[in-house]
Ligand binder design. Structure first.
Ligand code: NAG
Ligand code: NAG
Ligand code: NAG
Length: 311
């Protein structure tokens, strides 16, 4: 039990007290298993995943496509930890060959377990709200970097159980809501089995495919979505993209717009590749185009062969 002085009203709060000022930030603990579905409305993608987190064991795992694409982050392997991804890939000679890729941690960038749920430090209780028939607490955080202002909300019940996480991005220069994604959670449980953290043995692992700038996103596919920072790994790839494709935008406004299209393209590429289609998408000269621009291009005379790559 603890005391809180709000204005001149003295509130006495029990552990699960109801007055707004007395709510405690939900804590999902150091060990959990959860399922989720990531939705990217800008690219009409829905991507289910399953994740395990073990902070004290220094390890985590996330699977996409019902376990066909599995990523293990093991902090205690080698000197600074290792990330292993086991996934089907298409090569020049094989379709859907199962491969293992490995990213070694470094002294500057040691591998740590990756949470599948947001860190709620800095979140504040906003309101009670029904979400799919369940009365939830809504916790909210707003962060701003430059013109990017992101609002994060988590719908949660007690004992700490996540239901939905939502990010809505607003650009203060463009005055538009130009970004959004959600994660719907289910099957949360505060336990895991320890053998699920052991990648199936016997495979030789190679380095993640080029470009090297994308390794962090390939190796840690949920990080950018649960991090509450408006500047993600994906944003940090925009600089190398502009250099590679020689972009000079006319105004700050155009820069913000193009960067936003680029982020949507990058997410689309990575989600689509995880879906294991028979071709792989990559970042290319059209990655900072809007959907409308690409549709116009397709309606035109050119590019039948390139069409696939521009998605
Ligand atoms: C977890 O792994 C990282 C990377 O190897 C290491 O720096 C850290 O000390 C480890 N933490 C624990 C608690 O073992
Ligand atoms: C990662 O570490 C392993 C074991 O030390 C080593 O064989 C491998 O070459 C390293 N990979 C890279 C890309 O440095
Ligand atoms: C959002 O969270 C961050 C830390 O993650 C914190 O610095 C910031 O003050 C929070 N924003 C608000 C509006 O509470």
């Amino acid at each position: 039990m603890w005391l809180l002085l709000a204005g001149n009203v003295l509130l006495v709060c029990a552990a699960d007290a109801t007055p707004i000022g007395c709510r405690r930030v939900p804590n999902f603990g150091k060990l959990y298993h959860v399922k989720g579905e990531l939705s990217l409305p800008h690219s009409e993608i829905k991507e289910p995943f399953e994740a395990w987190y073990d902070l004290e064991g220094n390890r985590s795992r996330i699977d996409y496509r019902n376990g066909k694409v599995r990523t293990y982050l093991i902090g205690n392997d080698l000197d600074y930890g290792v990330i292993y991804t086991i996934t089907p890939v298409n090569t020049a000679t094989e379709i859907q060959a199962i491969k293992c890729f490995q990213l070694n941690g470094t002294q500057e960038g040691p591998i740590r377990p990756q949470a599948a749920l947001p860190d709620l430090q800095g979140f504040e209780f906003e309101k009670m709200e029904n979400y799919e028939g369940v009365l939830c607490e809504v916790w909210k955080n707003v962060t701003q970097v430059g013109h990017k202002k992101n609002t994060y909300r988590l719908w949660v019940t007690r004992p700490a159980t996540p239901h939905r996480f939502e990010m809505v991005g607003f650009n203060t220069l463009l005055e538009s809501h130009n970004d959004k994604y959600t994660i719907d959670y289910s099957d949360f449980s505060p336990q895991t089995e320890s053998d699920i953290f052991i990648p199936s043995g016997g495979m030789t692992c190679e380095e993640f495919p080029d470009p090297v700038e994308e390794h962090q996103i390939l190796a840690n596919p949920i990080q950018d979505y649960v991090n509450t920072s408006p500047v993600s790994h994906a944003h940090r790839l925009f600089g190398p993209f502009k250099e590679k494709f020689n972009r000079q935008y006319e105004s700050e406004k155009e820069h913000e717009e193009r960067e936003n299209y680029f982020i949507h393209s990058l997410r689309h590429v990575h989600s689509t590749n995880r879906a294991g289609l028979t071709y792989s998408l990559g970042i290319n000269d059209f990655s900072d185009w809007s959907n409308a621009e690409r549709a116009r291009l397709r309606g035109g005379i050119l590019i039948p062969d390139r069409e696939k790559d521009t998605e």
